[in-house]
Design a protein around this ligand. Structure first.
Ligand code: NAP
Length: 452
């Protein structure tokens, strides 16, 4: 397993993959720990989770530096990511008891109620794009619910994976409560099939989701999948165009454009399309691309060189099929895995920029005739993760809220995750929810209690 700095493409460190015997030892430890940890009081777990939040804040700079080194996100964004993880830890430390409190359920029994019990050992397969945040939004609810975690992190962020194990250990979680498995994706199905593992969750691409979903299906185990997206960002004539265009640039380029909930398809009413194209192009052109450790830089490299090849193929193929290139679209002559902020207009259904998820700073602008057309285009995708719609017309807002096929709809704002709000998708964007009370109830046994 190799950690490579995408800013320079230099190797930072190499880590040996675990042998089957080492994986077995970790599974055995997780199993033993799960049997004991499920009986801990929720207040005790909350103490350790709050300690994790404190340590994350204390160690923020070091962990942020590690993330930026391993996957190239701008350093300020990495620092915010560590803060957000601490927020999620505090949020679940404070709220898990209420979320998992027994619910009275009057029936024909003298006493009937619903209780929530941990499932046991849960495997989390995680992506590199938010190397801390994706993990903590699993860890905080799962451990507060009394489960223990195993992490198979993306192969390009092994340093982050080990740092996460370290901070939970240092916060006082008992040995085996959370372990990192340095294994390749080929070894994931066997872990899911292991009788000591109760459930799995994956955040990643559709293909990986299918594999993990199939393995969980074969073993009849609970699975949560958080997959890709091609989120629409719709702008209607009544919207504040300047605010929409400024937010559009941020929503597309956050995390160097490598976010599942980044806005990817900009669906603009034809009456304002030209003005929006100009504003978006100016905004993208103004972004500074370079070393993500430099605080004046907004766009760092993509996380791996092969991602630059994939993204460039999508851009060139879309241009070949008739998309109008407004800016970018040319790989810069500099070392590292960089791709310039790019805007494509007149994007049409047969183009990769319309059909596929673009994982980098590439905006696809699509014109819509009216609101019906805008909703039709927004829903013309196999994905359904998030959506953002810009309009000050109350009737239009209601139509977007009720008719857009997605796990979330943000009106006059960009899609974002928040520990207090459920997060997840429909269609090929996933199964299940993370965060909020819905996330903590994914990995519990919802047990009916009926006493005559
Ligand atoms: P990825 O290639 O699917 O990898 C994600 C994780 O799955 C990695 O740990 C990877 O391990 C593992 N994996 C890959 N193929 C697998 C297989 N066949 N069986 C078992 N595990 C497998 O995705 P990525 O490139 O890291 O992340 C980008 C994708 O994640 C995008 O599609 C993005 O939209 C999505 N994402 C979704 C959300 C959400 O909440 N919906 C959030 C963030 C990202 P290796 O690294 O060892 O291959």
């Amino acid at each position: 397993m190799r950690s490579i700095n995408p800013t320079t493409n230099e190797t930072l460190a190499e880590y040996p993959e675990l042998t089957p015997a080492e994986v077995e030892a970790k599974l055995a430890l997780a199993d033993r720990r799960a049997k004991a940890y499920r009986h801990t009081q929720i207040a005790e777990r909350a103490g350790m989770m709050a300690a994790t939040a404190r340590l994350l804040r204390e160690r923020r700079d070091g962990y942020a530096h590690l993330m930026t080194l391993e996957m190239g996100k701008p350093i300020a964004a990495a620092e915010s990511e560590v803060e957000k993880c601490a927020w999620a830890c505090d949020y679940y430390a404070e709220n898990a008891a209420a979320m998992l409190a027994d619910i009275p359920a009057p029936s024909d029994a003298s006493n009937s109620r619903i209780i929530f019990q941990p499932l046991g050992v849960v495997l989390a397969v995680m992506p590199w794009n938010f190397p801390f945040w994706q993990c903590f939004r699993f860890i905080a609810p799962a451990l507060m619910a009394g489960n223990v975690g195993l992490l198979k992190h993306a192969s390009n962020v092994p340093g982050c994976a080990l740092a996460i194990e370290e901070v939970l250990h240092d916060a006082g979680f008992p040995e085996g409560c959370f372990q990192t498995l340095l294994i390749g994706s080929h070894a994931v199905a066997d872990v899911i099939h292991d009788a000591r593992v109760a459930a799995a969750t994956l955040t990643g691409s559709e293909g990986a989701g299918r594999s993990v979903g199939a393995a969980a299906g074969r073993s009849l185990k609970k699975v949560v999948l958080e997959l890709g997206g091609s989120d629409p960002f719709i702008i209607m004539p009544s919207a504040d165009l300047d605010a929409a265009a400024t937010t559009a640039v941020t929503a597309r380029t956050i995390n160097n454009g490598q976010s599942c909930i980044a806005a990817k398809r900009f669906i603009v009413h034809e009456a304002i399309a030209e003005r929006f194209e100009q504003a978006m192009t100016a905004g993208m052109l103004a972004l500074r691309v370079g070393d993500p450790m430099d605080r004046s830089i907004q766009i760092g490299p993509l996380a791996r060189t092969e991602f630059v090849d994939d993204l460039d193929r999508q851009v060139q193929e879309s241009i070949r099929l008739g998309a109008r290139l407004l800016t970018g679209g040319k790989r810069p002559a500099m070392p590292g895995s960089f791709y310039p902020p790019t805007v494509l207009a007149d994007v049409a259904p047969d183009m990769p920029a319309y059909r596929e998820e673009t994982f980098g700073p590439v905006a696809a602008i699509i014109r819509a005739r009216d609101i019906d057309d805008a909703i039709r285009i927004a829903n013309d995708s196999r994905f359904g993760l998030g959506a953002s719609a810009w309009t000050t017309d109350a009737a239009e807002q209601e139509r977007f809220v009720s008719e857009i096929e997605a796990g979330s709809i943000f009106i006059n704002g960009m899609v974002k995750s928040d520990p207090r709000l459920p997060f997840g998708g429909i269609k090929s964007s996933g199964i299940g929810r993370e965060l909020s009370q819905f996330g903590i109830r994914e990995f519990v046994n919802v047990k009916t209690v009926w006493i005559a």
